[in-house]
Write a protein that binds this ligand. Structure first.
Ligand SMILES: Nc1ncnc2c1ncn2[C@@H]1O[C@H](COP(=O)(O)OP(=O)(O)OP(=O)(O)O)[C@@H](O)[C@H]1O
Length: 284
C-alpha cells in the first residue's frame, strides 16, 4: 500500500498564509495552536441574557487532540465556533497559531478560516451536486490552489480516508459514515492548523462511528491539532485531553495520555508518522 504521510505533519512547509507579519510557521510554533483568554459569549439581554460561554481560558498546544464534553446547552458548540472564528466573542480573545483573530475584519477572518481551520459538523454539509472528490477539492480551489493541485490533494485525502473508489460518487450515493469521512477529508484539504469537529459521530451508527474513531486516532498520531465536541465517550477517549463544560465554564480538564489504547480498544497504534491509511483496511 502506498505510504501516505498526511501533510498535516507538514506545517513547517506552510507558506505565510496571508502575508501578515507574525503569521506563519514561526508564529505557529511559538505558542499554542489555539488560545482562548477570558472568552465570553452572551446571547440576548436583560431577563433573557444567556452566558453561553463564560470567561473560558484555554490553551491547545500544537499537535494535541482535545475533546470537549458536557451536558446539552453548556456551551460546547458556541466555544467551538468562537475558536474557529465562525462567531465573535462578546468579550475575551481568540488566538490561532500565535495570531489574535477575534478582532479581524470579516474578509480577513474568512480567509483565515479557509486556510487555517478545517471544520467537521454533525451534518456533513457536503455540496449535494458535487462528487466526493469535487467536495474535497473545493476548499483548496477557494484558497487559490491550481485545479491540478486541488485534484491531486483530493485524491490523496480520499485515499487516506479509504474512499478512493467513491471519488466520483455524489453524497447521496454514499453512506452516512462515508459522507462524514469525505467531510473529514475536506476539512484537511488546506492542511489546516486546527481541525474543529462538532459532534462528528452524532448521526452515525456504531460501525461508522468506529471508522471515524480510527481516523481520529490516525490524525492524533500524525500530529494534527484537533478539537472535537462530543457526547460520545468513545470519541472523547481518542483524545489526548478532555475538558468538560458546565454552564459556559470549564469544569474539568483531564489528560488521557497513555490510556487511549485501553480506553477504546484500538488506540495506541504507535503510527506516529506512518500516516493515515497506512494500516487501515477499509471494508466498503
Ligand atoms: N443563537 C442563539 N441565541 C440565543 N441563545 C443561544 C444561541 N445559540 C446558543 N444559545 C444558548 O447558549 C447556550 C449554549 O449553547 P450551545 O449550543 O453552545 O450548547 P451545547 O453545549 O453545544 O449544546 P448541545 O450539546 O445541545 O449541542 C444554550 O443555553 C443555548 O440555548
Amino acid at each position: 500500500m502506498k505510504r501516505v504521510v498526511p501533510r498535516v505533519m507538514g506545517r513547517s512547509s506552510r507558506s505565510d498564509t496571508d502575508g501578515s507579519p507574525g503569521w506563519g510557521p514561526a508564529a505557529a510554533a511559538a505558542g499554542p495552536a489555539l488560545r482562548a483568554v477570558g472568552l465570553t459569549r452572551t446571547y440576548g439581554e436583560d431577563e433573557s441574557l444567556v452566558w453561553a460561554v463564560d470567561g473560558v481560558d484555554l490553551d491547545v498546544p500544537a499537535g494535541q487532540t482535545l475533546a470537549v464534553t458536557g451536558p446539552s446547552g453548556c456551551g460546547k458548540s458556541t466555544l467551538l465556533q468562537l475558536l474557529g472564528g465562525l462567531d465573535r466573542p462578546s468579550e475575551g480573545e481568540v488566538w490561532l497559531g500565535g495570531r489574535r483573530i477575534d478582532h479581524l475584519g470579516e474578509r480577513a477572518l474568512a480567509r483565515l478560516r479557509r486556510r487555517s481551520v478545517g471544520f467537521v459538523f454533525q451534518a456533513h454539509h457536503l455540496m449535494h451536486e458535487l462528487s466526493a472528490a469535487q467536495n474535497v477539492e473545493l476548499p483548496a480551489l477557494l484558497a487559490g490552489a491550481s485545479p491540478r493541485a486541488a485534484r491531486h490533494r483530493a485524491a490523496e485525502l480520499l485515499h487516506q480516508v479509504g474512499l478512493a473508489h467513491r471519488a466520483r460518487h455524489l453524497p447521496s450515493e454514499l453512506s452516512g459514515g462515508q459522507r462524514q469521512r469525505v467531510a473529514i477529508a475536506r476539512a484537511l484539504a488546506n492542511d489546516p492548523l486546527v481541525v474543529l469537529a462538532d459532534e462528528p459521530t452524532g448521526n452515525l451508527d456504531s460501525a461508522a462511528t468506529h471508522d471515524i474513531l480510527r481516523l481520529f486516532d490516525e490524525l492524533r498520531a500524525a500530529g494534527q491539532t484537533l478539537v472535537v465536541v462530543t457526547h460520545d465517550e468513545r470519541v472523547a477517549a481518542t483524545a489526548d485531553r478532555v475538558v468538560s463544560m458546565r454552564d459556559g465554564t470549564l469544569a474539568d480538564d483531564t489528560r488521557l495520555d497513555g490510556n487511549r489504547g485501553r480506553r477504546h480498544g484500538h488506540g495506541g497504534t504507535g503510527l506516529g508518522g506512518t500516516g493515515l491509511g497506512a494500516l487501515l483496511s477499509w471494508e466498503d
